[in-house]
Design a binder for this molecule. Structure first.
Ligand code: NCD
Length: 315
């Protein structure tokens, strides 16, 4: 007998435009609760959200944790270091162990592409991908859409330059798909070595010139992902900064600047830009909380997200 199918958020490809817009609307409604003195909502009381993190995280983990708590769910964090993962336990065995607690949602970050899919196949929980290798980071893309919509008042036709290390960035992959899904217009900007070949097949523009920033409404700066670079992709960080660093001179009045964090100040982004009135970086963090509340709420209470992976029965 096969298990009923469950809804997951494994990549932006799991979402229709209507799904994305519903999640953003839900996030907006939930945002109002943040201004109350008592911020907790009873919605997910008695539910269990497990955060399983095999890579370091500040914003993503803290916001999932707080999002679940603000909705009154129980939460558990399992980090790879200090757990039996250190002793060589496989992801599947770790997932089966956690499944014994009957979690409603497992949020997973893992260095390997497809790890969230494996967990979705091995447990009966709803699975949310909080970043798998260079592949996907769908809740980051949703929080970025939310931030842009709140700042500019619309998404349709918004022009966004995504600047820097696209090659190693799951944020860029998810964001390009998400922007295209809602009718925005992404352009990828960076040196040829940091832009995946044939990426324009996704339907976005590509430019190797930093001057392309002049044409857009949103400048989205990516972190130089040194930990994912096996060989030299740029002659030196100093040269990268000279050619592609986002400096005050390269930002024109009226533009907004975003960065998923963590920022390498002085490398991909000048501190004067990061701390300027044009920066939406802290707004992004706040959006992360309400968007993750919306995702948990949607998965557990509303008939929303399309089914991505049929759940296999676990023997
Ligand atoms: C990103 C990540 O881990 O994918 N951080 C985040 O979630 N805000 C981006 C990065 O590490 O550069």
């Amino acid at each position: 007998m096969s298990e009923p199918t469950r809804r997951h958020l494994l990549g932006v490809g799991d979402l229709t435009r209507a799904d994305a817009e519903r999640l953003l609307d839900t996030a907006r409604a939930l945002e109002r609760s943040l201004d109350r003195e008592v911020k907790k909502l009873p919605t997910l009381r008695g539910r269990l959200v497990v955060n399983l993190f095999y890579e370091s995280s500040t914003r993503t983990l803290s916001s999932f944790e707080l999002a679940a708590k603000r909705l009154s769910a129980d939460t558990m964090v399992l980090r790879a270091s200090g757990s039996s993962v250190d002793k060589g336990e496989s992801l599947r065995d770790t997932a089966l162990t956690l499944a014994a607690y009957d979690p409603d949602v497992i949020v997973i970050r893992h260095p390997h592409i497809g790890a969230p899919h494996l967990v979705a196949g091995a447990t009966a929980a709803h699975v949310v991908n909080a970043g798998d290798g260079k592949h996907q980071h769908p809740t980051q893309a949703l929080l970025d859409l939310f931030t842009i919509r709140e700042s500019l008042g619309r998404l349709e036709g918004v022009t966004v330059a995504i600047v820097g290390d696209v090659l190693h960035s799951r944020v860029a992959r998810s964001l390009v798909e998400a922007l295209l899904l809602v009718g925005a217009e992404p352009v990828l900007v960076g040196p040829p070595t940091l832009l995946p070949r044939r990426i324009e097949a996704l339907g976005c523009d590509v430019s190797h010139s930093i001057d392309a920033l002049g044409d857009v409404e949103v400048v989205y700066v990516l972190r130089m992902q040194a930990e994912r670079m096996e060989s030299a992709y740029v002659p030196s960080l100093r040269e990268y900064t000279a050619l592609y660093g986002v400096t005050p001179e390269r930002v024109r009045p009226g533009q907004v600047v975003m960065h998923p964090g963590p920022m390498n100040r002085g490398v991909e982004i000048d501190p004067r830009v990061a701390d300027s009135g044009a920066s939406l970086v802290t707004a992004q963090v706040r959006s992360g909380l309400v968007v993750r509340m919306a995702v948990l709420y949607d998965l557990l209470t509303a008939p929303g997200l399309r089914v991505a992976v049929p759940v296999m029965e676990v023997a």
